[in-house]
Write a protein that binds this ligand. Structure first.
Ligand SMILES: Nc1ncnc2c1ncn2[C@@H]1O[C@H](COP(=O)(O)OP(=O)(O)OP(=O)(O)O)[C@@H](O)[C@H]1O
Ligand SMILES: [Mg+2]
Length: 250
């Protein structure tokens, strides 16, 4: 069975897509078979990998009895496939809420792929409920990217509430893999204070931070992963370390 991982945060721009796509490629480079799934209507997983946005997630969610394989794309990277999304994912979100689909609906949808992939990674939109909640329920490991800035704890409080309610009300079997501090900059007191606050609240669940790095912005613009842009960069080493930690946890 695949290990499913999600990178949620109700806050926008905290590094969810960067972390999901970097981790996906990092695991593929460790000879694992990986499927990245783009549950965000912004469709930025495809952009990050330099391929076209498509209504793959919409088709898979709305025509849930069709064969999901037809919507999956080869990214041109060994071991890394993508179920792409685009604006139409917002419509799928409405359908899922209107039909009040069961909490395990996304888990069931991806279950047949469990034999084909070692890891399935879900990137989600910066909101809570609907697809996000079902994607978390479908996941074994939750990795929460959190920008090291003022008020980042607010977004985390909301996420831990979601995890607790899934565990208590729906006997969700997954666990928090860790808080991933992002945009870390030791030159600023905001960053170090924020990291200290994260550690005070989440202790050993706080993973090694990903530093703020212009090259990560350039990756997104070029449609290349950090491992393709500059394998010798610090950002590359940091995401490689994250991939190593995830393999160890799973
Ligand atoms: N460590 C970093 N240092 C500098 N820039 C980064 C870093 N991580 C991500 N970025 C850039 O910051 C922007 C937001 O990152 P990203 O898209 O990964 O966040 P997100 O949480 O997925 O956003 P959204 O909520 O809109 O989906 C992007 O332009 C990305 O390239
Ligand atoms: Mg994103």
């Amino acid at each position: 069975m695949s290990i499913n991982i999600v990178t949620p945060n109700g806050k926008g721009g905290v590094g969810k897509t960067t972390s999901a796509s970097s981790l996906a490629h990092g695991l593929a480079l460790r000879n694992r078979r990986v499927l990245l799934v783009d549950f965000d209507p912004q469709g930025q997983c495809a952009t990050a990998l330099g391929i076209n946005q498509e209504p793959g997630v919409f088709n898979a969610l709305v025509n849930s009895h069709s064969d999901i394989h037809q919507w999956i794309r080869d990214t041109g990277r060994t071991g890394l496939d993508l179920l792409p999304g685009d604006r139409s994912t917002a419509t799928a979100q409405i359908v899922i809420n209107a039909e009040n689909r069961p909490i395990n609906s996304i888990r069931m949808l991806f279950k047949p792929l469990g034999k084909e992939y070692d890891y399935i990674i879900f990137d989600t939109a910066p909101s809570v409920g609907g697809i996000q909640e079902r994607a978390i329920y479908a996941s074994d490991l939750v990795l929460i990217p959190t920008a090291t800035e003022f008020l980042s704890m607010n977004g985390l409080a909301q996420m831990t509430e979601v995890l607790n309610s899934l565990r208590d009300q729906h006997t969700w079997p997954g666990k928090l893999a860790g808080i991933l501090p992002t945009f870390y900059d030791e030159q600023t007191s905001e960053s170090s204070k924020s990291l200290a606050e994260l550690k005070a609240n989440f202790g050993e669940n706080v993973l090694s931070p990903i530093h703020r790095a212009t090259i990560l912005r350039e990756c997104a613009a070029e449609g290349k992963t950090i491992f393709e842009m500059d394998p010798a960069s610090r950002a590359s080493r940091e995401y490689e370390e994250l991939s190593r930690v995830v393999v160890k946890l799973s």
